[in-house]
Ligand binder design. Sequence first.
Ligand SMILES: Cc1cc2nc3c(=O)[nH]c(=O)nc-3n(C[C@H](O)[C@H](O)[C@H](O)COP(=O)(O)O)c2cc1C
Length: 435
Amino acid sequence: MSKKRFHLGWFTNFGVDEWNAQFHSDGMPWDGDFYVDMAKQLERACFDFLMLEDTLMLSDVYQHSTEAYLKWAIMAPKHDPAPLAALIGSATKNLGVIATLSTMAYPPFLLARLCATLDHIAHGRFGWNIVTSGEDLAAQNFGMDKLPPRELRYEMADEYVELVNQLFGSWDEDAVVRDYETDTYADFTKVRPINFKGKYFSSRGPLNTVRCPQGKPTYLQAGGSPRGRAFAGKHADSIIAVANGVEGMKAYRDDVRAKAVEAGRNPDDIKVLFLIAPTIGETSEEARAKHERLLHSDLFLKRALALYGSFTEVDFSPFNLDEPLPYKLTTNGEQGSLDKFMQWGSNKTLRQLTIEGGNSASLELVGTPDEVADKMGEAMEAVGGDGFLITSPSNRINRKYLIEITEGLVPALQKRGLTRTAYTRTLLKDTLREF
Ligand SMILES: Cc1cc2nc3c(=O)[nH]c(=O)nc-3n(C[C@H](O)[C@H](O)[C@H](O)COP(=O)(O)O)c2cc1C
């Protein structure tokens, strides 16, 4: 029996490349070339998409200071993903490109217009990662004192997505006629206002951009709370997820699929991709040694705690590294990521939790390309399918790591019939639904 194939995506941001390690680039990727090169390499390896995460603040959570974030370039500096998505879209032919855009920051009309434009530039391969933002620091950059609570954020986001869906639909598929005889570019009867008046958002419409090649962009989402998963089950084409091990991954995927059915959708139309950060070596021993070196360095611990601080808004610096966390932590930010990290009830020390969870990976994958490919195949078989979203350990990216994945791991996966060896569809939405 032939094996069920799964999808691969890549998770990064328009941030600093690894600039001061043994194998490094120059730390100045700001014209986008570094990431365009990366996209071309991912396309050669037949990834479904490159996803650009984004946040809208400079964190000062860890030790109540911006020092760690700027000194170690953690989630900062970070440039806007939308222009980079345009560059990548026009430099590639098959790879999807996803940009994160926050419903807190963009008026719906502006977001729909931007997404429609990007979907054209990418010839139907653009995706929007729908986020509501998860930090009071981000809210304060937009004139608010605090973020609305999670439930309200999702309620607002539901209405927001309904509005932009209507804007995307405000142009009929055949509105552009380009009829030389009648000197008609677009048929005005096929472009209509939406007159949307909601509880939180209103817009008259129609969009003044041409309808997207995909009708509307591919939607990604990452909310891990029950409300977040319900939102994703209703709207998302793909979900970027973190979970603890194969059991956690299976439970997560089963739950999202059930929520999709509740929302009246075919669960196969939602691809749940789990975040992983494999460590690859030419021998098992080499990979293990590399992994241990990374995890047990003092800098790894501090960087990981500062990073977790930035998206959970929890300052971990006062806690003793060699004791369990004294109480269960909660956040109005990424509760799902915090829960995964805390492993509440396990009695593990903060040091152990950071070593196990500091890479945000759903599975520990350390070994030769063949060993890691086998493990990924087994995990997917147990989980039921969909795929993985690869990111670099410690959120630091250099070209060597990219090559280890695209020219080491991916060929091993392809040899086993586990991932695609060619693109057969034009639109990102269809690429994701191919299997
Ligand atoms: C893997 C992953 C990636 C995420 N990427 C982003 C991002 O780029 N920007 C952002 O504002 N939030 C991001 N989030 C946060 C989610 O969009 C969501 O706001 C957060 O998980 C809180 O929702 P929840 O309580 O439903 O989990 C990410 C979350 C996860 C798990």
